[in-house]
Write a protein that binds this ligand. Structure first.
Ligand SMILES: [Zn+2]
Ligand SMILES: [Zn+2]
Ligand SMILES: [Zn+2]
Ligand SMILES: [Zn+2]
Length: 198
């Protein structure tokens, strides 16, 4: 099964869309001799469940079989790996953009992943997924109300923003320089002495 096109930025080129699942190609395999490209899983399933008689290419009806499929050219793999994608939890507020190859890694680490454990801030330090933390009866500070869902989400969003801002700064020292000049100018403009005529 390919990747949902909504996870990518802008219009996704037709050439990297699997004609079977209409997602962005996952592990692209090409069919011989026509060279049409599909996700490996999609084309294998297609071959295994022919509708009428022998399996044929979904595009041009050339007869195909498992030994007529092979991995697509390497450049396609490298191209796909580099594609920037949105985090699966973008709707929860994650603004991180990750390369397709790092999608799974980020998913596990994303602070907005509802199944990723969050630390109890009421003293005990236990780590639980946000949904469970909501109902956690803290032994250290039992008087305090449980954290509300919004608080957990807002904390996580803040962490994501801070982290991507730091990474951005590390990557582009030039923008840091621009930013510090910008701050100087802003401070200067905000200085009441600049505007007074005395
Ligand atoms: Zn597919
Ligand atoms: Zn074909
Ligand atoms: Zn994320
Ligand atoms: Zn606790």
């Amino acid at each position: 099964m390919g990747f949902d096109v909504s996870r990518f930025y802008g219009k996704v080129h037709d050439d990297i869309i699997c004609p079977i699942c209409f997602g962005v190609l996952e592990n692209p395999y090409e069919v011989e001799p026509c060279g049409h490209i599909f996700c490996e899983k999609c084309i294998r399933r297609w071959i295994e469940t022919p509708m009428f008689g022998p399996s044929t290419c979904p595009i041009d009806r050339n007869e195909i079989s498992h030994n007529k499929v092979r991995p697509a050219p390497k450049f396609l793999y490298s191209y796909l790996k580099q594609m920037p994608t949105k985090c699966e939890f973008a709707s929860e507020g994650c603004i991180v953009s990750v390369k397709l190859e790092d999608m799974a890694k980020h998913r596990a680490l994303c602070p907005l992943n509802p199944s990723k454990p969050v630390q109890c801030h009421r003293g005990c330090g236990i780590r639980l997924p946000p949904k469970l933390l909501l109902h956690h009866k803290c032994t250290v500070d039992p008087c305090q109300e449980a954290m509300v869902w919004n608080e957990i989400i807002e904390d996580a969003k803040l962490a994501v923003r801070r982290r991507s801002y730091e990474r951005y700064q590390r990557r582009s020292p030039l923008s840091v320089a621009v930013k510090s000049i910008w701050n100087v100018v802003n401070n200067w403009l905000a200085d009441p002495r600049v505007h007074s005529n005395e």
